[in-house]
Design a protein around this ligand. Structure first.
Ligand code: HEC
Ligand code: HEC
Ligand code: HEC
Ligand code: HEC
Ligand code: HEC
Ligand code: HEC
Ligand code: HEC
Length: 369
């Protein structure tokens, strides 16, 4: 297993990862899973593109296209925030490497330059992974034609570059090494498979910009039959579009879990490994709320999948209270407080470099004062 893969899964152990990947293959729903023939052009395999969906679904279209889902894979030219800050410097003192992000010579693109022992190597960056809420990792191509995952990433919290989570373990021998980890076709495919809408199997330069990020048809499946049905009244499958909101709780956890990682059989492993806080479904199933609510608690109970997370935690209170207060409540009420539920029961944990995650294992936790 290449370190490039271990890297992105951060602190997760290889074993967990392998099973997560196998599950993408085994139980990904047909909408989420890349279709076999996704090599061919959109119109041929029924994709119509999110711009078309947004013509009819105006509000959802507008919010979704602003969301982190839609921006989790961007061409470098879209990173206006970073472009304004160029050149950006970072010293990896431990390995004696000086890094610089700068404009490509004579181009609009961005290069990553690494200098070690008076030798300098450069690669042109093609894609940026991560919408920027936490981190952004780059994929570039060296002069020798290798595809490389950058050894440094942009971190929002520090407004600067740092070594990519997981990449610290590898010793850097020379400037070429310092650029990052060369990715095999398989490793590259894996990254793209969770960060774009279609055509994960193409060469990075061949992937269309309009396919970057998680957009409508990644979750709802190809939409041409649906659009045709609506406009012409034809079709025999109802609205002819998938709605993952209609999935039962455990099916929906698996649907979102294709990317956010699947729940694991061995609950004790999850409990013992704090790194699993990154994976909502794995933690949520440990909760009594999930276990004792008869399939009523799923991802969309608390999340609007088209929007970014709300900035205020107060919006979660009514969701908790829908089970924990009032007539017919199936859960008990809190002896401590009537508001700010998630502040105490879903605390954030700093499990990765410069980023923290809310623990979806809802429980009575002790919170540091
Ligand atoms: C020509 C207009 C039109 C286009 C284009 C269109 N839709 Fe729809 N869609 C509708 C209408 C009308 C409905 C039914 C009323 C409603 O639920 O809003 C609908 C319903 C839906 C539903 C609900 C299905 C259900 O079972 O509840 C989903 C999901 C959906 N559309 C997704 C999409 C996606 C994704 C695209 C692009 C691939 C798209 N639509 C393109 C008009 C359109
Ligand atoms: C195709 C892969 C994929 C699927 C399927 C998917 N997600 Fe995501 N999701 C991502 C990625 C990648 C990000 C990180 C976006 C970024 O770069 O910040 C993300 C981010 C999020 C966020 C954080 C939003 C924010 O404010 O930044 C939430 C919440 C979320 N997903 C919920 C869901 C739910 C609920 C489902 C199922 C209905 C789902 N996701 C399905 C890949 C996916
Ligand atoms: C199994 C699906 C999956 C694979 C494979 C995957 N990612 Fe992600 N990635 C996600 C999801 C889901 C998120 C958002 C939640 C999180 O950070 O765990 C994310 C977040 C990110 C972020 C934003 C940082 C952050 O923590 O929010 C970056 C950068 C990233 N991925 C890069 C990569 C790269 C590079 C690869 C390949 C080495 C890769 N990902 C492979 C699903 C995946
Ligand atoms: C990350 C996965 C994801 C993406 C991307 C996504 N949707 Fe959805 N969509 C869902 C889920 C899950 C539901 C069910 C929501 C619920 O029941 O609370 C849904 C529901 C809908 C509905 C039914 C009406 C409603 O509000 O529940 C429509 C219409 C729709 N989506 C259209 C779109 C369009 C158009 C896009 C792209 C602009 C899009 N979706 C992108 C997951 C997604
Ligand atoms: C009981 C409510 C609830 C349920 C159910 C729930 N979440 Fe969350 N989720 C939250 C809260 C609260 C946060 C933290 C929001 C914040 O800090 O801004 C969060 C954060 C997230 C994030 C961002 C990670 C972070 O903290 O930065 C992702 C991704 C996510 N949820 C995905 C999912 C997925 C996928 C599911 C289904 C398996 C799910 N959630 C089920 C309440 C819920
Ligand atoms: C779909 C219904 C449902 C939702 C939504 C829900 N819960 Fe629960 N929760 C339950 C049930 C049922 C139990 C077990 C019975 C009880 O309350 O003692 C439970 C148990 C709990 C417990 C006790 C856990 C323990 O370890 O003993 C806490 C704390 C809790 N919930 C907090 C929350 C918070 C905070 C939210 C919102 C983020 C929430 N719940 C959302 C149904 C729900
Ligand atoms: C200031 C922190 C804090 C806040 C805010 C808070 N809780 Fe609690 N909650 C606790 C603590 C601590 C306990 C454990 C009390 C005990 O065991 O005596 C608890 C216990 C619970 C229990 C278990 C009760 C039982 O009888 O076993 C539930 C359910 C619960 N809280 C739900 C909620 C909900 C819903 C909200 C928001 C309306 C909320 N909590 C807000 C700290 C908090």
């Amino acid at each position: 297993m290449s370190r490039g893969r271990v890297q992105i899964f951060g602190p997760t152990r290889a074993g967990t990862m392998v099973s997560a990947i196998l599950m993408i293959v085994a139980i990904g729903s047909s909408a989420v899973r890349e279709s076999e023939d996704s090599r061919s052009s959109n119109s041929q395999n029924g994709y119509i593109g999110s711009a078309r969906c947004a013509e009819c679904h105006i509000e959802i279209g507008a919010t979704q296209q602003r969301s982190d889902h839609a921006h989790t894979l961007r061409p470098m030219t879209d990173l206006s925030n970073l472009l304004r800050k160029l050149p950006i410097h970072f010293d990896d003192k431990e390995n004696g490497v000086e890094y610089r992000l700068e404009r490509s010579t004579g181009g609009a693109a961005i290069d990553l330059v690494a200098q070690k022992n008076h030798r300098r190597e450069r690669m042109q960056l093609i894609w940026a992974f991560g919408a920027g809420r936490k981190g952004v990792t780059f994929l570039g191509k060296t002069a020798q034609g290798e595809y490389v995952q950058s050894r440094v990433s942009w971190y929002e919290k520090i407004q600067g570059l740092d070594v990519t989570t997981g990449a610290e373990v590898r010793k850097v021998q020379n400037a070429h090494d310092a650029l990052g980890e060369t990715q095999s076709h398989e490793a590259r495919h894996e990254c793209f498979a969770c960060h774009l809408t279609r055509n994960a199997d193409l060469l990075p330069e061949k992937i269309e910009e309009s396919s970057g990020g998680v957009q409508c048809e990644r979750c709802h499946g190809p939409g041409s039959k649906h659009a045709q049905f609506i406009t012409e009244g034809k079709g025999s499958e109802g609205l002819a579009i998938q709605n993952p909101g209609k999935l039962g709780a455990s099916e929906q956890l698996r649907f979102c879990g294709v990317c956010h990682r699947q729940p694991l059989e061995e609950l004790s492993k999850v409990i013992l490994d704090n790194a699993t806080v990154r994976f909502p479904a794995q933690r949520l199933v440990l909760s009594r709320c999930y276990d004792e609510s008869d399939g009523k608690l799923k991802c969309t109970t608390c999340h609007n999948p088209h929007e970014n997370l709300p900035t205020s935690m107060v919006v979660y209170d009514p969701k908790c209270l829908s089970c924990h207060a009032g007539k017919g409540a199936i859960g008990s009420s809190c002896p401590i407080s009537e508001k700010d539920c998630v502040a105490c029961h879903m605390p954030r944990e700093a499990i990765m470099k410069h980023s923290d995650f809310a623990d979806h294992w809802i429980r009575k936790v002790r919170v540091a004062k």
